[in-house]
Design a protein around this ligand. Structure first.
Ligand SMILES: Nc1ncnc2c1ncn2[C@@H]1O[C@H](COP(=O)(O)OP(=O)(O)OP(=O)(O)O)[C@@H](O)[C@H]1O
Ligand SMILES: [Mg+2]
Length: 313
């Protein structure tokens, strides 16, 4: 296992068979695919196709492609996943017979926050960061992602290309090394009524591999924790209606959230807020706009705690 740091994303690289990546990604996207009653066909060659990669990140990338295929294809569509290897390169192709993407938009959908100019893309409530993340992770693996579509209504094919593993040797030779793992994925809830602030924080977290949920107000945050069981929650104290302090008290009392790290986001210089934050059950507070380094440190602490708890079991 080697750990490669490039930019802020830490890759934990090991030799992996792509069939395992496909399996896990399909499991993750299955509820969405089934909800839309799509037919899914997966074709993986019998001989293992092996790459040096970070399994969790590759699963995350492929899950994003599958989730897009499910989302941008009208109910009852067809989604196909095929894996091939040729000339030192593995290719995972995700095909759908959905909305398609007009030629002039194919380049920009890989940019962060970019969505095709269809009402549907907006109406689905995404942010337009899934593909930016897929591209970034592909590049970190020395690979690439591209799209082909004959245009609106003609379906799309997204292909993730990765270099095949060069070294011969057994799969997963050594067990994962235990370490303070900043690359570990956490479930993070953002409770913030200001869309730009929420989007920026969500983008930052998702690009680092965390799962995120955003609630615009207290009642939706409380509803969300039932399903999401966050490990960390960032809560703006200045929410309209139920304020952040009340949200914290109720999150703290909620069984799916009792052990979560609660972080108050307070306005600049309001020391009164800081005292009230700790009374309300927040573990800590950050002054907005929260410095990214402080956020990273908090998440690394939670990840390390979660890991040592898992090790103790
Ligand atoms: N399979 C697809 N078919 C048609 N359009 C697609 C497909 N995948 C992506 N797109 C277009 O590319 C845009 C960007 O995709 P991306 O995954 O980055 O964002 P999103 O799915 O809208 O939001 P997010 O992934 O952040 O929830 C989408 O909004 C959509 O317009
Ligand atoms: Mg997406």
């Amino acid at each position: 296992m080697s750990r490669i740091t490039r930019g802020q994303i830490v890759l934990r690289t090991e030799r992996i068979a792509l069939s395992e990546v496909i399996e896990e990604a399909v499991e993750a996207a299955r509820p969405q695919i089934e909800a839309a009653r799509h037919q899914l066909d997966v074709s993986v060659p019998r001989e293992p196709i092996v790459v040096d990669g970070d399994k969790a990140r590759l699963v995350q990338s492929l899950t994003n492609l599958l989730s897009n295929a499910a989302k941008f294809t009208p109910a009852g569509g067809h989604i196909g996943v095929t894996v091939t290897a040729h000339a030192g390169e593995a290719r995972i192709a995700v095909r759908d017979d959905g909305l398609g993407i007009p030629a002039e938009q194919q380049a920009r959908i890989f940019e962060a926050f970019a969505q095709a100019d269809t009402d549907l893309a907006r109406s689905k409530g995404g942010l337009g960061i899934g593909l930016a993340l897929v591209r970034k992770l592909a590049e970190l693996h020395g690979g690439a992602v591209r799209v082909e579509s004959e245009g609106a209504g003609r379906g799309s094919v997204f292909t993730l290309a990765l270099p095949l593993a060069k070294r011969a040797g057994p799969l997963r030779a050594r067990p994962a090394e235990p370490s303070a793992d900043t690359g570990r994925s956490l479930r993070v809830l953002i409770v913030e009524d200001h869309p730009d602030a929420a989007d920026a924080l969500e983008m930052h977290l998702r690009l680092r591999g965390h799962e995120t949920a955003v609630a615009r107000d207290g009642p939706s945050a409380l509803e969300c924790v039932e399903r999401f069981s966050p490990q960390v929650a960032f809560v703006d104290v200045g929410l309209p209606g139920m304020d952040g302090f009340e949200v914290a008290r109720r999150l703290r009392a909620h069984p799916s959230c009792a052990g979560a790290l609660l972080v108050a986001l307070t306005g600049y210089g309001r020391s009164e807020d800081k005292r009230r934050a700790s009374e309300a059950g927040f573990d800590t507070h950050l002054t907005k706009p929260a410095p990214l380094a402080a956020i990273a440190q908090l998440l690394a602490d939670v990840a390390a705690r979660t890991r040592s708890r898992a090790d103790a079991r």
